[in-house]
Design a protein around this ligand. Structure first.
Ligand code: AMP
Length: 569
């Protein structure tokens, strides 16, 4: 049996092609989306998905997410005292999805088609393939996400020569792809995007609106109040999909505020953010040498395209109503399932792949200006953005941050984090500068990345002309076949937490989080509830456990709601 897998940055899905066409397979919790998160349990088993997310809430050092951004890089993720690459973490997600599919279909699954962003280069595609192999899957094919999304809309069946645009706005990334279909070939003509815009930013707008409305400063809120504000903003945002008004609450210093926002008001406040979406659209069309009028169809995918403000914006910019019939979270997985069926019939769509891009962001660390006079160091400044067509050369000018400093050190970093320390340090260049007041001396930093993955960094002091250079060549750090074999054995020893206990585990982790957040009598009550449940689990009576799980779930819902209310008192 062959399955389709959408291995996403925030969520992953598994699908197959059955008698009734493409279908999404629910996971062990009965849900269609599995968060792309991995954690390690105290007993050494691996947690994947929602349970891993719950673990991350109380033990962030035992969990990892967003590792797709590190695919094909040497970034190491520490989970407790164990260390993994992005490819290995992805393999755990794939293993869990494979198990879910096997249990649901009732037969072994050995082959898969996995989707990747169109801008993934050869290194990243190979890493994805290896992740599949580590999970015990033969990866029949890697399919481009926009191609899969287009297939979910049946665009591969159009007999005429078609050009289309896929607009993919997820939780934290925005990708635009321009595709062209001729004969049985699908060509990605251009890709553009912004790795730092997504649904989360639309939540942040509401947080800002709420604070502004009540004259509050984010810095004055406690961590709990900030968390509450964020959850309320998310809820309020989702409310706009249902109605033209949506309300939210927030608390500050013991006071509670409640406000109803209109969609118009929200839209007005989203203008800056929407403007950010415009540039990649224009760039992709320019790169594809097409005009908007040449595009036959526009497809919206990604959870955040459910937002009415995003849909309206897309309608306006494209001058027509984009296609949205397929669930935007599921379109890519549906397309992967269709590709599975076509592969069986030897009719698979062929793709022309675009791989001449820099796979990761290259930049340096800088000091940024915070509120008023405050500064904060260690922020990442991207110089060459991920997914830029290579060869490429970019220059940025940096200024001295301290009075009378005598040298500037440029860290050469690779990665996607906002914070320099989370990215990979490739090298360092230090240049002397004349001692002058802060901001009066500057350097030009030039990054050049060529087709052979060689990065050259040049730093020039503008007042003196002093120049230093460094060349960084990516060594082939692939493991030898023996090392790879050994690593695979090690990974296989790590068992994924048993499927049938997943719902119980999730509940216990949730209870533990609430215990940590609660105090006094409530704490004792939660402790008692969890102990009783654990005792019952030991007895292994399925019927009683199922009943107790349901009851405990409801009690925890009540406790959580009461704790939120408490925050409001
Ligand atoms: P994805 O990464 O594609 O799963 O998209 C996740 C993003 O979609 C998150 O930022 C969600 O807040 C957002 N999202 C999901 N459903 C809705 C909805 N009904 N309205 C607005 N945004 C949504």
């Amino acid at each position: 049996m062959k399955i389709g897998i959408d291995l996403g940055t925030t969520n992953s899905l598994v699908s197959f092609y059955g008698e009734k066409g493409p279908r999404i397979i629910p996971n062990r919790l009965g849900e269609r989306l599995t968060p792309s998160a991995v954690a390690i349990n105290e007993d050494g088993t691996i947690l994947v998905g929602k349970t891993a997310r719950e673990k991350a809430a109380s033990r962030p050092e035992m969990a990892a997410s967003f590792f797709k951004r590190g695919m094909g890089t040497e970034k190491v993720f520490s989970l407790g005292d164990r260390r993994f690459s992005a490819e290995e973490l992805s393999s755990f997600v794939l293993r869990a999805l494979k198990e879910d599919a096997e249990s649901w279909l009732g037969c072994p699954v050995t082959e898969a088609i996995i989707s990747v962003p169109a801008y993934f280069n050869d290194i990243q595609r190979k890493a994805t393939k290896r992740a599949g192999e580590l999970a015990g899957l033969t990866v029949e094919r890697i399919i481009n996400e926009p191609t899969a999304a287009a297939m979910a809309y049946g665009l591969h069946n159009r007999t005429d020569h078609t050009k289309f645009l896929v607009f993919d706005l997820g939780g934290g990334t925005f990708d635009i792809s321009v595709l062209e279909r001729y004969g049985s070939i699908m060509e990605v003509r251009a890709v553009a995007g912004d790795n730092f815009v997504g649904g989360e930013d639309f939540t942040r707008v509401l947080q800002g609106m709420m604070l502004q409305k009540h004259g509050l400063e984010e810095a004055s809120l406690t961590e709990k109040e900030r968390g509450y504000l964020k959850r309320q903003a998310e809820k309020c945002k989702l409310g706009f999909s249902e109605s033209g008004v949506s309300s939210m609450k927030c608390t500050a210093g013991g006071r509670t505020f409640e406000t109803e926002f209109s969609l118009e008001e929200y839209e007005e406040n989203c203008q800056l953010l929407l403007a950010k979406l415009r540039r990649p659209i224009e760039r992709s069309l320019k790169d594809a040498q097409l005009r908007l009028a040449d595009i036959d169809e526009i497809v919206l995918v990604g959870g955040a395209t459910r937002l009415p403000v995003v849909r309206k914006f897309a309608g306006r910019i494209f001058g027509r109503i984009p296609s949205t019939e397929v669930d935007p979270d599921e379109a890519i997985a549906v397309g992967a399932a269709i590709q599975c069926a076509m592969k069986e019939r030897n009719e698979a769509v062929r793709e022309v792949v675009l791989t001449e891009v820099c796979p990761f962001t290259l930049g340096t660390s800088v000091v940024v200006q915070r509120l008023g006079d405050m500064t904060e160091s260690g922020h990442f400044l991207p110089i060459i953005e991920r997914n830029t067509v290579i060869p490429v050369s970019r220059t940025d000018t940096l200024y001295t941050a301290g009075d009378y400093q005598r040298k500037i050190t440029v860290d050469i970093l690779q990665g996607e984090s906002r914070f320099a320390k989370n990215n990979l340090l490739l090298g360092e260049i230090t240049v002397p500068v004349p001692a002058r007041p802060a901001g009066e001396e500057s350097i030009d930093v030039t990054y050049t990345y060529d087709i052979n993955s060689i990065l050259e960094v040049k730093v020039k002091v503008n007042s003196t002309g002093v120049t230093r250079k460094m060349i960084i060549q990516k060594e082939d750090s692939r493991l030898t076949p023996e090392e790879a074999e050994r690593r695979m054995e090690e990974l296989n020893e790590l068992k994924i937490h048993p499927r049938e206990q997943e719902a119980n585990k999730l509940l216990l982790l949730r209870g533990e989080r609430l215990y940590e957040e609660a105090t006094g009598d409530l704490r004792r009550e939660i402790d008692l509830l969890l102990s009783e449940f654990e005792a019952l689990l030991d007895k292994q009576e399925k019927g009683a456990i199922d009943q107790a799980r349901k009851e405990l779930g409801e009690t925890l819902d009540e406790i959580e709601a009461a704790m939120e209310e408490d925050l409001l008192d």
